[in-house]
Design a protein around this ligand. Structure first.
Ligand code: SF4
Ligand code: SF4
Length: 160
């Protein structure tokens, strides 16, 4: 499977499914969409996903970012985007697929109030959708390598 197809299929699975039944962004002010200390928000795109942002809507910027995965692109935003424009990393957050059950994404400790309650505190349907999306992403060598790189990066982060 090509990476873009894997990403599209994973995004389809996650469309309309959120970590909680209610909009979790209303409780934290959508903290994961807020700009960082450099004044930018955004997420790394999965391999192939940048093609979906070829005609960039206003407010989005694509920047090459090799820090975690060679040849990756960072999609920078202004803190709001329509649901169908959300990159896959944002749809998965605060979970991260593994080859087995999804785990909490350690990058979330800096921003996400849902980290404390762990996977069990999230909507079961969301965890199941992340698992199904992960099965597709691990079936494609490029997207599997991207996930491996994110897990390796997360291991380097101090947990709280
Ligand atoms: S930081 Fe966590 S609780 Fe807040 S919007 Fe993002 S995923 Fe939801
Ligand atoms: S791309 Fe959209 S969902 Fe992701 S951080 Fe930016 S505004 Fe939030």
């Amino acid at each position: 499977m090509q990476p873009l197809e894997a990403v599209k299929r994973a995004r389809e699975i996650l469309q309309g499914i959120t970590p909680l039944k209610r909009d979790c962004g209303r409780y934290c002010g959508a903290a994961c969409c807020e700009a960082d200390e450099d004044g930018q928000g955004g997420m790394l795109l999965f391999p192939g996903e940048a093609e979906m942002y070829a005609g960039l809507p206003e407010g989005f910027h694509l920047t090459p970012d090799d820090a975690v995965f060679p040849g990756a692109w960072l999609l920078q935003c202004e803190g709001y985007c329509p649901r169908d424009m959300r990159p896959l990393s944002c749809m998965l957050f605060p979970l991260l697929p593994t080859k087995e059950a999804p785990v909490m994404d350690r990058r979330g400790w800096a921003v996400c109030p849902l980290m404390q309650s762990g996977v069990g505190g999230l909507q079961k349907e969301f965890a199941e959708a992340v698992k199904a999306a992960g099965d597709i992403l691990y079936a494609c060598p490029e997207t599997a390598a991207f996930l491996d790189a994110i897990h390796a990066y997360n291991k380097s982060l101090q947990s709280f």
